[in-house]
Write a new protein. Structure first.
Length: 202
């Protein structure tokens, strides 16, 4: 009996602090996403924002981190903040099949970035990120020089397409962002700001 109790206790200890998984899917997918769901594969959330909020609470409650799996589809969401050990990635691994956009078109509302990433342990992988718009100019800490689609002070973005974002100047690796694969980028005048595409070559 004593050995059994020790085995049960060891099992309970080993299960604490493990990373947790959440799933997100469009409302017209099967299974359909809903923010009233628990965020499982069988009953996914509808929004990335809900998944991030839930993941933050889980990490604060003792989980070591969380992975948010995105089903194929388009998600129009903006100012998503990754400040903890959270990975956001496509479920299929196909970066062209999952689109996260800040606006429904490239000439969208300013003040909308797709991601703010500030944790060393945050990762965004295998998705397309587009239509962010942040054209506020000035000498403040968050002006258009910090990028239209993503603002990073830490973390990693890997195997993603980052396209058609707008800011007050071309994209440059100004932050401490670490790109997991070699990327190519091009910039050219477009509308009143800048158009760019950053795409992993792997």
């Amino acid at each position: 009996m004593k050995k059994l109790l020790v085995a049960i206790l060891a099992s309970c200890i080993s299960l604490t602090g493990l990373a947790i998984d959440y799933h997100v899917a469009p409302t017209d997918a099967s299974p359909a996403g809903s923010d009233s769901n628990p965020g499982t594969a069988e009953a996914p959330f509808a929004t990335i924002a809900k998944a991030i909020t839930t993941a933050n609470a889980a990490i604060e409650g003792g989980e070591s981190g969380a992975t948010i799996h995105l089903a194929d589809g388009t998600y129009t969401e903006y100012n998503l903040t990754l400040a903890k050990a959270i990975t956001v990635k496509s479920l299929s691994g196909n970066r062209d099949s999952v689109i996260v956009q800040a606006n429904t078109s490239a000439r969208g509302t300013t003040g909308r970035r797709v991601f703010f990433i500030s944790s060393d342990d945050a990762v965004v992988a295998d998705i397309t990120i587009r239509y962010g718009c942040w054209t506020t100019k000035g000498s403040g800490t968050d002006n258009g020089y910090n990028g239209g689609n993503i603002r990073m002070s830490a973390g990693m973005v890997t195997n993603c397409v980052v396209a058609q974002g707008m800011s007050s100047r071309p994209w440059t690796p100004r932050s401490r962002a670490r790109w997991a694969a070699t990327s190519t980028w091009s910039a050219a005048p477009w509308w009143t700001a800048t158009y760019w595409t950053v795409r992993s070559t792997t």
